[in-house]
Design a protein around this ligand. Sequence first.
Ligand code: NAP
Length: 163
Amino acid sequence: MIQIVAVDERWAIGIDGGLLTDLPEDMKFFRETTQDSVIIMGRKTLLSFPNGKPLKNRINIVITKDKNFEESGAVICHSIEEAVDIAENYKDKKVFVVGGGTVYRQMLKYCDTAYITKIYKTFEEADTFIDNLDELPEWKVESESELKEYNGLGFRFITYKRI
Ligand SMILES: NC(=O)c1ccc[n+]([C@@H]2O[C@H](COP(=O)([O-])OP(=O)(O)OC[C@H]3O[C@@H](n4cnc5c(N)ncnc54)[C@H](OP(=O)(O)O)[C@@H]3O)[C@@H](O)[C@H]2O)c1
């Protein structure tokens, strides 16, 4: 599985249920990379999508403890293990973990690749964080893009691999 996420300098990922900042090139990267794949998310990340709806052209797996939760266009499950089992049915598709904080942390152990969009700023108000892969010896940078900039914000696309 592949973790895909945009982080700031402290590996923060969210504020008040939303993203840290608007980065159109990162959105485009996310859209294109996850196209036609399986995406696994927590219920709060589903809520953060446009109109709180599943993303088109992807198998959306949503994890919640709520046994009554329903969402057309999404496969609902109630544990991390169940999400992994369901994803394994899609043998011909890539599987991405798309957030948020609770799901990234619980599912990192299933991932061998991470697409990290590194934003060179510290968002002091951030309230959601993930594991810092630079501090985990089993994760190494495989490749990184040139430094990019949008609205004065520097960022880079970095691929990490589990070694
Ligand atoms: N920077 C990025 O690339 C990026 C990407 C995605 C999300 N985000 C941000 O991350 C934030 C959301 O993250 P979050 O950590 O608050 O929420 P989240 O991980 O998206 O969702 C949490 C919810 O998922 C369900 N859940 C999680 N683990 C579960 C388990 N083991 N069993 C059953 N249900 C489980 C629970 O739903 P119930 O409460 O329904 O039981 C839980 O409340 C937002 O700010 C969002 O914008 C950032």
